[in-house]
Design a protein around this ligand. Structure first.
Ligand code: C2E
Ligand code: MG
Ligand code: MG
Ligand code: MG
Length: 292
């Protein structure tokens, strides 16, 4: 809807633009009170160990059910909350809720589940992350070694030096750190050696091509090698097909997450799925071939 001329650039108003702007305004006005009004909820997506063929963790994914606009995706409202300066409030709610939920889940074959929580750069910049994490662990009773904070390289860059001190403090508490969305445009292998992390999550953008594209496979293979050398767990995100899973497993990727294995689920559904699968191998993995 934007028209560009040789000299000047003008945005032509259209009904769609008006509607998009109205939606943005509405989200900006309402996001601050979303937690207090009880409109936030968490979906939990299982993470499966390839070797053990069991769920070993879950990732908490923030959801906002707006009374008029319905479900608003986090890719839309997280940036809005960041700009409105209220992301730390949402994040604090997410940390409390996620740790409490997962602390209440039964262990899977004797092993307590790990919990991944996504962290925003603005939260790091607000300088309350360490306190907020400590508070959530204290309230929920979740062991710090079960918590994995997911950060992206964009977060690391945006948060500047604050992030180094916070990560160091959190790791001293026993909390783990994952580098999220690895393999997207801006990430570099150098970061992997420089950042004190425990887990690297390979982005869906290239996981989705790993069974068809030589470059994606090569990147994945080198990640496994580097992961071994640095003692990192490697998780493939967004696994959707048995073919992808087979290649990833063949390459030695340790963990998988994606719609093939499980969708993000409300807490009650997660608990039920875990109960139903207790003692059994996780379904999506059963019978998948071991590589190309
Ligand atoms: P992410 O951390 O990379 O989370 C993975 C996203 O991939 C989730 O989207 C998940 O639903 C989706 N996904 C998982 N498996 C598959 C698959 O097989 N196929 C496809 N097509 N998608 C899959 P979601 O829940 O919409 O979240 C999007 C992003 O929003 C997250 O990306 C994360 O960056 C951010 N986010 C979510 N929750 C929070 C939060 O509590 N705080 C902050 N700061 N950001 C959050
Ligand atoms: Mg994540
Ligand atoms: Mg991710
Ligand atoms: Mg991703």
């Amino acid at each position: 809807a934007a028209r560009t001329s040789g000299r000047a650039r003008a945005t032509v108003w259209t009904p769609e633009l008006g509607a998009a702007a109205a939606r943005r305004d509405r989200l900006r006005e309402d996001v601050a009170g979303a937690a207090a009004r009880g409109e936030l909820w968490l979906a939990f997506q299982p993470i499966v160990s390839m070797g053990e063929q069991r769920v070993t963790g879950v990732e908490a994914l923030l959801r906002w059910r707006h009374p008029d606009l319905g479900e608003v995706p986090p890719r839309e409202f997280v940036p809005v909350a960041e700009r409105a300066g209220v992301i730390a409030d949402l994040q604090r709610w997410a940390l409390r809720e996620a740790t409490t939920t997962v602390a209440g889940l039964p262990a899977v074959d004797g092993v307590p589940l790990r919990l991944g929580v996504n962290i925003s750069a603005a939260h790091v910049a607000a300088r309350t992350l360490v306190d907020d994490v400590a508070g959530a662990l204290r309230c929920s009773g979740l062991g710090p070694e079960r918590l994995v904070l997911e950060i992206t390289e964009a977060t690391v860059r945006a948060a500047g030096t604050a992030v180094d001190g916070d990560i160091a403090a959190l790791r001293l508490m026993g909390v783990h750190v994952a580098l999220d969305d690895f393999g997207t445009g801006s990430s570099s292998l150098l970061h992997l050696t420089r950042l004190p992390i425990d887990v690297v999550k390979l982005d869906r953008a290239f996981v989705s091509r790993v069974d068809r594209d030589r470059d994606s496979r090569a990147l994945c293979e080198s990640m496994v090698t580097i992961g071994r050398a640095l003692g990192l767990d490697v998780v493939a995100e967004g696994v959707e097909t048995p073919a992808q899973l087979g290649v990833l497993r063949g390459l030695g990727v340790g963990f998988a997450q994606g719609f093939l294995l499980a969708r993000p689920l409300p807490a009650a559904d997660l608990a039920q799925v875990l109960r139903e699968n207790a003692g059994a191998l996780w379904p999506g993995l059963v019978g998948s071939s071991a590589g190309p």
